[in-house]
Ligand binder design. Structure first.
Ligand SMILES: [Zn+2]
Length: 387
């Protein structure tokens, strides 16, 4: 009679009446459990799926709450035992439950080797028990199947916009310049003619590292650095990250991207500025785009202006985006203040220049119809994969 059969009978039915009989019976149970576990380890499995199935099968056979061998023994042998035999049965039953074999069945799945020769092993399992199973990597059955493609990323919409703008100015003969994001008060404010009292210097607008060091609030410090480095004539654009003490919302981010342009040469006039920016707007948004210049004020330019373009969404008829005005304000500009040229070591009697600055993020938002600047910096793949 097998253990399977015996486990379904009570001890009385099996004719066991003393502790010695109980011990012998449980020794048989332990031996079977150990043998089945050893056999599975020796056989191995042909695949991970097969391995999982085999381990589950063994686990269920022994440990399942319903009809598992140990549960059946609990019912038929322990609970139904006579008063005299119960202590002996209880002791032996606990011993079986706590054998390493029983405990390890649950963790067995990690140990059973997966190997392609498991089928052979099963047929000659005696040989497999003595020879260590050979580990072979799983080989796909059809080698002509295409491989797994690794998806290529794409450029971030802000990078795409930055490169588009750079391209236009590179074709006009401008050069790209770069500067530090951690900047001195000297370059960020003083040399740009921004007085001590100017509100932009306030703690609420500027992120200070110490009294003389800030996270640059604009890319304009690179204007002075470049003038010092190259002198005149100078045709540069300056893209980069800037930082301001802004709470993040749909149109503000404490970190944002700016690009600005600077042209310094003999006889540069406001007409050159207007012509260049009009050309730029048409290149970027299409030939039908018109530009509008309105007077404004910046400490580092004189005169200064705000540039608007005819609404790219309604063509100037008026819509939600342009607030029915037909125009969208897109950048600031002006003729470089003589004091700023002087601060950069350039003689304003000989040279003049213009400068403009715009937000790359805002341009990207306009071009791709994005309504929340935060989306650009959240690294959400569902958003980024659209570009
Ligand atoms: Zn509009």
């Amino acid at each position: 009679m097998t253990i399977d059969e015996k486990s379904r009978k009570t001890l009385a039915e099996l004719g066991i009446t003393d502790a010695a009989g109980v011990d012998t019976l449980f020794a048989e149970v332990r031996a079977l459990l150990q043998a089945e576990r050893t056999d599975l380890l020796a056989r191995g499995a042909a695949s991970a799926v097969e391995r999982d199935r085999m381990c589950k099968e063994l686990r269920d056979r022994w440990l399942a709450r319903k009809n598992g061998i140990l549960s059946t023994i609990d019912e038929k042998w322990l609970k139904a035992a006579s008063k005299e035999l119960k202590p002996a049965v209880g002791k032996s039953f606990n011993a079986v439950r706590q054998t390493s074999a029983a405990l390890e069945i649950a963790a067995l799945v990690k140990e059973v080797p997966v190997n392609a020769r498991a089928e052979e092993n099963r047929e000659s399992s005696a040989a497999a028990r003595t020879a260590a199973p050979e580990f072979v990597r799983e080989v796909p059955s059809d080698l002509t199947l295409p491989g797994n493609r690794r998806p290529l990323g794409s450029l971030h919409p802000v990078t795409q916009m930055q490169r588009e703008i750079e391209e236009i100015f590179l074709n006009l003969g401008f050069r790209i310049e770069d500067g530090p994001e951690i900047e001195t008060v000297h370059y960020n404010f003083d040399t740009l003619n921004i007085p001590e009292s100017h509100p932009s210097r306030d703690d609420w607008d500027t992120l200070y590292i110490d009294a003389q060091t800030v996270l640059r609030t604009h890319t304009s410090p690179v204007q002075i650095r470049s003038m010092e480095k190259y002198g005149a004539p100078l045709y540069i654009i300056i893209p980069g990250k800037c930082y301001r003490h802004d709470n993040p919302d749909a149109s503000h981010s404490p970190m944002f991207h700016q690009i600005e342009g600077l042209a310094v040469d003999r006889d540069i006039t406001f007409a050159d500025l207007k012509g260049t920016l009009d050309f730029f707007a048409k290149k970027l948004f299409g030939e039908k785009i018109r530009t509008r210049f309105q007077p404004s004020f910046f400490p580092f330019t004189e005169p200064s202006g705000e540039v608007s373009i005819s609404c790219i969404f309604c063509g100037g008829d008026g819509c939600r985006v342009c607030k029915e005005s037909g125009w969208i304000e897109v950048m600031g500009c002006g003729m470089v203040h003589p004091q700023v040229l002087r601060n950069g070591g350039i003689d304003p009697e000989k040279y003049s220049g213009w400068a403009f600055g715009l937000g790359i993020d805002r341009f990207a938002m306009m071009k791709y119809d994005i309504n929340d600047i935060q989306l650009l910096f959240q690294s959400d793949l569902r958003f980024l994969q659209q570009f």
